[in-house]
Design a protein. Structure first.
Length: 230
């Protein structure tokens, strides 16, 4: 396997605390959010548009990074996209495999993907970069660029209150955890993506709905077919 990744972001620190936190409340989280897109028409529409963009890249698959209970990967599969899931939490991976036995899920980190160069037709990361500290974002996005085939697309979503911020939780669903959340603007994420050699396609910001506290941002980018960013 060809591997041109840089030597950084060891699998400790925030990776360890994020993994153990999600392992702790995986069952409760999945019971509460069996399909996080069920009540969000805009997100379902964006996922359908993403599927249309990446479908011509088949058989190169899409990696759903931070796949959680697996519902997003399952929706992509139903849209005719070859897809597999990657999650930091073994507990989440086990639940995704149980719920969607026809799909492939494995444990891994977006900061060090165990995938060949230029092997993916697309990358999806919905509400998973929120746990990646600022100093590790360049490593993650460099991995996106490395593993995407030329012309491949990446779709990100994240909470965006309009400023940078940080939240730490030590309890969720009755479990003791050690979990950090990072809030960023679409402009900041776009700058990181372009610095990694990806070309910006679209940015969308929607207002919070019902019990949501913050607006939701969506950023779509593409690995160029040729030139300095390819």
């Amino acid at each position: 396997m060809t591997d041109s990744r840089t030597a950084s972001a060891p699998a400790d620190g925030f990776l360890r605390t994020t993994r153990t936190s999600y392992d702790a409340f995986a069952k409760e989280y999945t019971a509460r959010h069996p399909d996080g897109l069920a009540d969000h028409a805009l997100e379902r529409g964006l996922l359908a548009a993403f599927a249309e963009l990446v479908r011509p890249s088949a058989p190169a698959p899409v990696a759903d990074l931070g796949s959680g209970p697996g519902h997003v990967a399952a929706r992509l599969h139903d849209l005719g996209v070859p897809v597999f899931g990657v999650d930091l939490s073994p507990g989440m991976v086990a639940l995704a495999r149980e719920a969607h036995p026809h799909l492939r899920f494995h444990v891994g980190s977006m900061t060090s993907l165990d995938l060949p160069d230029a092997s993916l037709g697309g990358i999806l990361a919905l509400y998973s970069i929120i746990h990646v500290p600022d100093e590790h974002l360049p490593t993650a996005f460099a991995e996106f660029h490395r593993t995407l085939a030329p012309g491949g697309h990446v779709l990100l979503s994240f909470q965006s209150p309009g400023h940078h911020g940080h939240l730490h939780l030590d309890e969720r669903f009755g479990h003791e955890i050690d979990l950090d959340y990072y809030w960023r603007t679409p402009e900041t994420i776009s700058d990181h993506l372009t610095a990694a050699g990806l070309s910006l396609h679209s940015r969308i910001l929607r207002e919070p709905q019902e019990d949501e506290n913050y607006p939701r941002a969506f950023v779509l980018a593409r690995k160029p077919l040729s030139g300095s960013g390819s």
